[in-house]
Design a protein around this ligand. Structure first.
Ligand code: GLC
Length: 801
């Protein structure tokens, strides 16, 4: 037999010693004797980018993940060299590159402690199947190190001991540990010795991560192609890592309209029109607040996107208007698969303009989805995105639809084993032509991006609302998301809880699950418990496949209906709190949900907690995740917390039992918090109100809270028409002082605050507002002490005895 020795499996290959070094402003270029190149770019003092090439040549530097708006610049940069290393020092980090091996170690610039080091470091394997490299990185994993993030993985919060793959996949009825599912977010945070750092592996090929599964002291990540290109993001606080990652990959371009933070009802499918109306009317009859109603694929004519089934929806414009008059915004689904039908205008135009994806050897990429055989637009081409965004004119501008739901955009293809396109399909990739191996994971994001631009244009001057199923890092700039086709089971309630937390720590806070479960049918108890969780997710929508029966809040009997109403009302009351949290998210990347580890990493008891989370910054929530429960044990983070239902004050830093019958759930408020509340409305903007409530939770000491507000839609807030109020609470033994600081030009309709004081340890004897004493008759000194005051107060001072 003739053996071609050239084809011998070479196994892992490694860089050899550095022979060349050059500094170019913020970037250091190293090259090794065997032709490997490394670029180290200081993006910020705490963010360093590493890029490796096995050929000495780099690809065109283009990323869908990193936003052009990302902050850049550092306060300090110094490079030194000794016999064995190059050292790059910023004000936060010291990065040492070893001359012999190109291995990297990172230290905290303040205390000089090691944060992270390469184990083998960069290496690669030649992959003859694809004619390229599999690029790999391995790092040392410390004994006490923990790992978090990676988007929608349906597993417990801490990823240690597990291995994952990122390849967007249509995963109907996925289960716990199913991997991969819909999203590809190659970013994680690690914590070790109270120092948190993040790694964003910005490579859109199929990527893999191993968190000390294969070897207990090694963490590694690799990709089936492309470059080893990752960002090292230092905290040392996990929250700063997440904020910096969100800054790098982008915050949402705009706040959502407030209605989008209301309650949404969906099903596959509500049709005909009479059925839609029956559902919306029942919401109003039963007084369960709701802001959005969804139309799934059956509203279309034979599943052709941008068409209507005129038998079921004879006059969509009238219907949408009537729904709107009743406070319902209509959201419609739009999938990427365009039915092959030469009579169908969207298909014809895309064909004429050559906008569909093609196989490598020429023909269009043909695949089956709901409409039967389809072609698929190449959203990675700017011209195609522009065309796609224009298709929304009629739906949005003429018919009045307010939101668009992008589904099946992994992209999903039916009746094929890999559930998607074959690898050879070609994509433009914004002028960097490539195969589907590289474009697959970004396909859904580029579709949602094109959709977003369409809505932005035609909804103007209102804000767009988009929801997507698939996503790559950065998708949060354009869209909200849900977790795909889950199941009506208790296990899935827990999965939904973990996924929403995980998405938030992966820079994507505007997320939620199909409440109640998409496949199969929940019992009333499960539905109620899921609603209780769902009202604390930024995106809050009931959705089900419908073929297992109805899933509206009232189909489980009166007891459940009442519980659903109670919790949806609570969501509507807390809207100003959620809106403020959303503002923080778009302002500086603060995640809207915080797993306990993200809230208090110093307390190692939080490192393996998965159930409890902080909603915003001051509300602790823990869903009940099993049947027949009268309460549960949960961990209360350090500090003092008020039980939301009883006002009982508990000291955290421990596990405890918390009562929660079916009509309740464990919920706590941080002491010193000022929680804003609206009156209950059936939909956002239903009522004009003259006052809003501020629940003030007494604390001996200081605590600060914020309240953000604006017109709840439109863009005036970007021109300064917003209001940001900071409430500083200072509690003493017999005194409580609340100072208000105001910023911004927006003036809300309401003129007063109804301040409700929880747990004042003294009886009020006198009150001063802005140093003027007010009469005590105005004070409600009943059980909960409350006082209504002008919203423009600067200082409220309570004295007691
Ligand atoms: C997919 C979606 C689901 C939708 C269905 C029909 O399964 O994940 O939400 O209802 O398609 O459009």
């Amino acid at each position: 037999m003739i053996v071609n020795t050239e084809l011998e499996q070479k196994g892992n290959l490694f860089p050899s010693k550095i022979i060349n070094y050059k500094k170019d402003v913020d970037t250091l270029h190293f090259s090794t004797k065997n032709g490997v190149a490394l670029q180290v770019t200081v993006v910020r003092d705490s963010v360093i980018r590493f890029r490796y090439s096995t050929t000495g040549k780099f690809e065109n530097d283009f990323s869908y993940g990193v936003t052009i708006h990302a902050s850049r610049g550092y306060s300090f940069l110094d490079v030194t060299e000794d016999e064995t290393h190059y050292s790059i020092t910023t004000s936060k980090l010291i990065c040492k590159v070893e001359k012999q091996s190109l291995q990297v170690r990172l230290f905290d610039a303040i205390d000089n402690k090691l944060i992270n080091e390469d184990e083998i470091g960069f290496h690669w394997e030649e992959c003859y199947q694809h004619g390229g490299d599999i690029v790999k990185m391995s790092k040392t994993c410390q004994k006490s190190e923990s790992f978090y993030g990676l988007g929608d993985k349906p597993v417990d919060v801490n990823l240690k001991g597990k291995r994952f793959e990122n390849w967007a996949t249509d995963s109907y009825a996925f289960g716990k540990n199913t991997d991969p599912i819909y999203k590809a977010i190659p970013f994680y945070t690690a914590i070790q010795d109270n120092k948190a750092y993040g790694i964003f592996f910005d490579n859109t090929f199929k990527t893999s991560f191993d968190f000390a599964q294969e070897r207990r002291n090694v963490t590694s990540f690799w990709a089936q192609g492309g470059e080893m290109n990752y960002y090292f993001i230092y905290g040392p606080q996990m929250e700063d890592v997440v904020k910096n990652y969100t800054d790098l990959t982008g915050k949402p371009h705009a706040l959502p309209p407030l209605w989008a933070l209301g309650f949404h009802q969906c099903k596959w499918s509500y049709y005909p029109e009479a059925n839609v109306k029956e559902v919306t009317n029942t919401f109003r009859d039963l007084k369960i607040p709701c802001d959005a109603i969804y139309l799934d694929i059956d509203y279309m004519d034979g599943f052709r996107c941008f068409t209507w089934d005129k038998n079921h929806f004879p006059d969509p414009k009238r219907m949408v208007k009537e729904l709107e008059d009743d406070g319902f915004k209509t959201v419609v689904i739009i999938d990427p698969g365009i039915k092959i039908d030469i009579e169908y205008a969207v298909f014809k135009e895309a064909l004429d303009k050559d906008y569909f994806c093609k196989r490598a050897d020429g023909p269009y990429m043909k695949g089956k989805v709901w409409p039967g055989e389809c072609y698929f637009p190449d959203y990675t081409k700017p011209e195609v995105r522009e065309w796609w965004s224009g298709l929304f004119k009629e739906l949005i501008e003429d018919i009045g639809v307010k939101g668009v739901w992008n589904d099946m955009n992994e992209p999903a293809v039916m009746d094929v084993p890999n559930k998607s396109f074959p690898d050879d399909v070609r994509h433009d990739y914004d002028g960097n032509p490539c195969s589907h191996r590289k474009a697959h994971n970004v396909y859904g994001t580029q579709m949602a991006r094109a959709t977003y631009h369409g809505l932005k244009k035609y909804a103007y001057p209102k804000r767009p609302f988009v929801i997507t199923r698939s996503a790559y890092s950065g998708a949060q700039r354009y869209t909200s998301t849900w977790m795909g086709d889950n199941i009506a089971s208790w296990e899935h309630l827990a999965i939904a809880n973990n996924q929403a937390q995980r998405m938030a720590m992966s820079g994507f806070s505007f997320a939620g699950s199909d409440i109640g479960g998409f496949a199969e049918q929940p019992q009333g108890e499960l539905f109620a418990r899921w609603i209780q969780l769902g009202v604390f997710h930024a995106f809050c929508r009931v959705h089900s496949s419908g073929d297992h029966g109805a899933q509206e809040p009232w189909v489980f009997g009166e007891e459940i209906t009442n519980i659903v109403r109670k919790f949806v009302e609570l969501r509507y009351q807390l809207l100003p709190y959620l809106y403020t949290s959303f503002w923080k998210y778009i302002n500086d990347g603060t995640p809207i949900l915080k797993s306990l580890v993200l809230y208090d990493q110093e307390d190692i008891a939080t490192h393996y907690r998965s159930d409890e989370f902080i909603y915003g910054e001051q509300i602790l929530v823990c869903p009940i995740q099993e049947p027949n429960a009268k309460g549960r044990r949960m961990y209360i983070p350090r500090g003092k917390w008020y039980n939301f239902w009883t006002d009982e004050l508990v000291e955290g830093g421990k596990e405890m039992w918390v009562d929660a019958d079916l009509d309740s759930m464990p919920m706590f408020i941080k002491e010193g918090a000022v929680i804003p509340k609206y009156p209950v409305q059936q939909y956002v903007g239903e009522k004009k109100f003259d006052e809003i409530t501020l629940d003030v939770y007494y604390k001996k000491g200081k605590e600060s809270s914020k309240l953000y507000d604006d017109a709840h839609d439109g863009y005036d807030y970007k021109k300064g028409r917003f209001s940001l109020r900071t409430f500083k609470v200072t509690g003493k033994k017999k005194e409580l002082i609340i100072q208000q600081h105001k910023r911004g030009e927006f003036n809300a309709d309401y003129t007063k605050f109804n301040m409700v004081f929880h747990n004042l340890p003294f009886a009020i004897t006198s009150i001063q507002i802005d140093n003027v004493e007010i009469k005590l008759e105005n004070v409600n000194t009943a059980k909960t002490q409350a006082i209504t005051i002008d919203k423009e107060f600067t200082e409220l001072h309570l004295f007691g005895k």
